[in-house]
Write a protein that binds this ligand. Structure first.
Ligand SMILES: Nc1ncnc2c1ncn2[C@@H]1O[C@H](COP(=O)(O)OP(=O)(O)OP(=O)(O)O)[C@@H](O)[C@H]1O
Length: 586
């Protein structure tokens, strides 16, 4: 808790938003004792700011400064009360519905949906007409009109959390349902609770001021909403008495601004990936002779002295350090190395798909005549997928869950040239058949496919525009060994037929040695050894490569001469595949 408060204080948006809000909270608490009675008629009406009345007088001769300061108290109190109540009711209803499911969910969701379809303003007007006037009426009206959206958000979060292992562990441990909701689910939604409270307070202040401005509040009380109501009634606009409504308007805007800053700060603090990358000093890139040499014949891709840095709070962090390698047309080049060695960063770098915090600080990437490192935004868009495509690690998140496969093929094809839906679907069927899937799956949704089938779709999509190079970033990590083998066999077959080259990224060195023509070993962002798969297997020179090889039990020195996993296995030979893998590496 103390750490959270400390990081909030260090965060610039949180500090600015929090300071403004704190100012208004203090003003609301102590301000009314420091100014005159806002209802007293203290001067002539419509008097502009003067030494006597710093903010001028209202259309009835009251002090505008006193009205603005006193108005803060009820406005802020109602705002915070509604913010807290809407969050509490929404969280309880939503989490209970989402966690308990079935009948309870049916009843609570129906209630929520009914409240969602009733328009908020008429509901507030009707409720306001029946309840006794006063600040409590406003709190009840705004809570009743506002809780339902919140319940929806919390229900969705509870649905996502209830299948997590720690909830299952609590069930197995015998915790009661109410305890699971209170101790397991709600604390895991702390950031959602925080940002909902801020957002709901913002809603409450806006709605309260709006209702009171329309005369639907208690016009006898002094709030920012009634200040604006009386400003309108006393013809402040017609008489150009701007000082009557501007101070209240500025206060509302500042409170809204501070709440927005706080909400955004909570998002950034609870999800660091949303933060803008820290500014770091630019690097003066040195251009060496090797980088400027033209591409030698017989080379498709040439990566030369590539350096990739991440901007961090502590300055630049180099994760890819002077990496150079070539890939020939039709070659399978493997990149292996332990987790965090920079494999994926290189793969994403080739497509210039690095996250905002990362940048290529030195080096060149040449594909044929194209200097990839120098491509502008438009050229890059047409280069990607048409020249170099990618098969991602997570097949489920790489496919859009709300589009059928056919639509996803159509989107990819349409992004690179004019096409009709009919011809995209025909090509999609052809590509699906090519990767060993039924063409009729063109109308299927991603969730209807198994992991292996999804990854085949990923490969089919990657081949849609017949690229020269396909980057495969751990495409089989989530698959069992039999499916993995079938898939890789299919890739090799397609590669021989279509002639594309592959950059295959994995931490699984034995797999790579069976699959790749040449292999590069990465250690801490540096390429420590590049050689043919055969020589890496039998005559590895670098100690780190030897260490990697010895980490896999079946590839110790004694086994090194033994048979490799059989990559020539036919796709339909599932049963022999298991036998062949008995001495396998996984
Ligand atoms: N936003 C970031 N800021 C700073 N460093 C980062 C950031 N993202 C990644 N890194 C660092 O970049 C390095 C390389 O990461 P990368 O994902 O390329 O490794 P990898 O070899 O592909 O690992 P894995 O096999 O686990 O996916 C890691 O040390 C990681 O800590």
């Amino acid at each position: 808790m103390r750490e959270t408060i400390r990081s909030l204080l260090r965060h610039r948006k949180a500090a600015v938003g929090g300071s403004i809000l704190l100012f208004f909270v203090v003003l609301a608490i102590v301000g009314p004792w420091l100014v005159m009675d806002p209802s007293d008629l203290v001067g002539r009406p419509h008097q502009p700011p003067s030494a006597e009345h710093l903010f001028g007088t209202t259309g009835q001769g009251q002090d505008v400064l006193a009205q603005t300061v006193v108005g803060a108290r009820e406005t802020m109190a109602v705002g915070f009360a509604v913010g807290a109540l809407v969050t509490l009711v929404g969280a309880l209803m939503g989490v209970t519905a989402g966690y308990l499911g079935r009948r309870v969910d049916d009843v609570l969701s129906l209630t929520t949906n009914i409240f969602l379809v009733i328009p908020g303003l008429p509901l507030a007007i009707v409720l306001g007409a029946y309840l006794p006037s006063g600040p409590l009426r406003m709190v009840v009206v705004l809570t009743v009109a506002g809780w339902a959206w919140n319940a929806r958000v919390f229900r969705a979060e509870a649905l996502a959390l209830r299948n997590r292992d720690f909830v299952a562990a609590a069930v197995v441990a015998g915790e009661s349902r109410s305890r699971i909701v209170a101790r397991e689910l709600l604390p895991n939604m702390a950031s959602l609770v925080g940002s909902s409270f801020i957002g709901n307070t913002l809603y409450a202040v806006g709605a309260e001021v709006g209702l009171e401005f329309l005369g639907l509040g208690d016009v006898g009380s002094v709030t920012w909403g009634t200040n604006l109501y009386w400003a309108g009634n006393d013809a402040a606009l017609l008489t150009r008495s701007w000082w009557i409504f501007v101070p209240t308007g500025v206060c509302i805007a500042l409170v809204g601004f501070s709440l927005t800053l706080l909400s955004s700060a909570i998002d950034e603090l609870t999800n660091p990936a949303l933060r803008a990358p820290p500014a770091v000093a630019p690097v003066t890139a040195s251009v060496t002779a090797a980088q400027t040499e033209p591409l030698p014949p017989g080379v498709l891709l040439s990566v030369r002295e590539l350096c990739i840095d991440y901007a961090t709070e502590r300055g630049r962090s180099r994760v890819v350090d002077s990496v150079s390698f070539d890939i020939a047309p039709g070659e399978v080049f493997g990149l292996a190395g332990e987790s965090g060695s920079g494999k994926s960063t290189i793969g994403y770098g080739l497509l210039r798909l690095l996250p905002p915090a990362a940048s290529i600080s030195q080096g060149r990437i040449l594909l044929g005549d194209t200097d990839v490192t120098a491509l502008g935004a438009d050229a890059l868009r047409s280069f990607r997928w048409a020249q170099v495509s990618m098969v991602f690690q997570s097949a489920m998140s790489a496919l859009n869950p709300v589009l059928t496969l056919g639509e996803q093929f159509h989107d990819t094809l349409a992004a690179h040239g004019p096409t009709t839906r009919a011809s995209s679907y025909a090509r999609a069927r052809e590509l699906l058949a090519m990767v060993g899937l039924e063409p009729k799956l063109v109308d299927a949704w991603p969730h209807q496919l198994s992991g292996g089938m999804r990854q085949r779709v990923g490969i089919a999509l990657a081949l849609a525009l017949q690229p020269k190079l396909v980057v495969m970033d751990e495409p089989t990590t989530a698959l069992d060994v039999v499916v993995q083998k079938e898939l890789l066999q299919r890739v090799l077959e397609l590669k021989s037929r279509l002639g594309f080259a592959v950059l295959f990224i994995t931490h699984d060195l034995p797999l790579l040695l069976a699959l790749a023509d040449r292999v590069g070993i990465l250690q801490g962002g540096k390429l420590v050894e590049v050689d043919t798969a055969q020589r890496i297997r039998t005559e590895a020179r670098h100690p780190y490569t030897r260490l990697l090889l010895s980490s896999f039990p079946h590839l110790t020195a004694a086994d090194a001469e033994g048979p490799l996993p059989d990559m020539a296995l036919a796709a339909n030979e599932r049963v022999p595949a298991r036998a062949a893998l008995r001495g396998g590496h996984r």
